[in-house]
Design a protein around this ligand. Structure first.
Ligand code: NAD
Length: 330
């Protein structure tokens, strides 16, 4: 298939693009490089620099390209920032997705894979199945849920075939592609920066959550396994629209992740306790039963140690992220 990947210069989108190319698909990446990196665009993919806020440009691209499917990763992704700047999320994330959907339907494109999130769920009994109570704790989560609702309507009324993949915490690196966000809000890369000597301590945001050791519990899924979920979801689209929770099914507290990282890196990783971050839920752990049953998804990297090791390998090889590669190319 010819596939348009929005946000394909970002962390997850670049890995999915690379896997799509490996499986023989044609990949065109739409990205404004606001948080992504040209160096992350896999060889063989074409990069088109467009901002999704530019409705006419998005429309023109879809019309010219006539892709068979769109995978939509591009978004503002920081939970904490969304609490401080709600309209950046409730506005941009929703409006930009509408631009993509409107352009798709105008060009007769009906297959859509959407990067949703575990942050759409209300705090409730874990692990979370797809039908767990919805109740986003942040404008970021709300923006993703609003898009899911829009998809539902367009599925019913406009013939859209979509898969909403609610990712839990993507982590790890694959084939030279890793996580390089600025600022970095995700735990594993922040921990590894301490191991690299780039930060003095690992900050733990809150230690009085209702969890066994008081720190937040998350479900980490390797970015390669997440990418496989996208390819399976794409193939299944013609059979109907669906939503899947994509996680390993196992939860690790912040302290447990740091302990694993100590073993992997051999660094003592001193910690500093900081106030909780607004918008952070205490527990987010997936029940991946549906995607396993319906699509046969089965993670290759099921151990946290494997996930942290792959990230550590990447961060050691790219201590300054992708910026070094850009410098070398210039
Ligand atoms: N990383 C995670 O653990 C996680 C968890 C749940 C959901 N998600 C979702 O997955 C998607 C990808 O996450 P990521 O970690 O790869 O993020 P990322 O920031 O690495 O990638 C996002 C990409 O989108 C591009 N982009 C952003 N706004 C744009 C715009 N207006 N026009 C064109 N391009 C734009 C950026 O330049 C970047 O390349 C996001 O939608 C995010 O909400 C991620």
């Amino acid at each position: 298939m010819r596939i348009l990947v929005t946000g394909g210069a970002g962390y997850i989108g670049s890995v999915v693009s690379k896997l799509l190319l490996e499986r023989g698909h044609e990949v065109v990446i739409l990205d404004n490089l606001s948080t992504g990196h040209a160096a992350a665009v896999p060889p063989g993919a074409k990069l088109v620099r467009v901002d999704l806020r530019e409705r006419a440009a998005v429309k023109a691209l879809l019309r010219a390209l006539e892709p068979e499917a769109v995978m939509h990763f591009a978004a503002n992704i920081q939970v904490g920032e969304s609490v401080r700047r709600p309209l950046k999320y409730l506005g941009d994330n929703v409006r930009n997705t509408l631009h993509v959907l409107e352009a798709m339907l105008g060009a007769g494109v009906r297959r859509f894979v959407f990067s949703s999130t575990a942050a759409i769920f209300a705090p409730s009994q874990q692990p979370l199945r797809e039908d767990a109570p919805i109740g986003p704790e942040s404008p970021y989560g709300e923006s993703k849920y609003l898009v899911e609702r829009i998809l539902c309507w367009l599925g019913e009324l406009a013939g859209l075939r979509y898969a909403s993949l609610r990712y839990f915490n993507a982590a790890g690196a694959w084939q030279g592609l890793g996580e390089d966000h600025h600022p970095e809000t995700h735990l594993i890369p922040r921990v590894l920066r301490v191991a690299l000597g780039q930060a003095p301590k690992v900050q733990i945001y809150g230690q009085n959550y209702p969890t066994p050791d008081g720190t937040c519990v998350r479900d980490y899924v390797h970015v390669y396994d997440l990418a496989e979920a996208h390819l399976l979801a794409l193939t299944a689209l013609d059979g109907g629209s669906r939503a899947y929770n994509v996680g390993s099914g196992r939860g690790f507290s912040v302290r447990e992740v740091i302990e694993v990282a100590r073993r992997v890196t051999g660094h003592p990783l001193p910690v500093e306790i900081c106030p909780p971050r607004p918008g952070d839920a205490p527990w987010l752990v997936a029940d991946p039963g549906r995607i396993r049953r319906e699509l046969g998804w089965s993670p290759c990297y099921s151990e946290l140690e494997q996930i942290v090791s792959s990230a550590w390998e990447w961060h050691r090889a790219h201590p300054h992220g992708y910026s070094e590669e850009k410098d070398q190319g210039e």
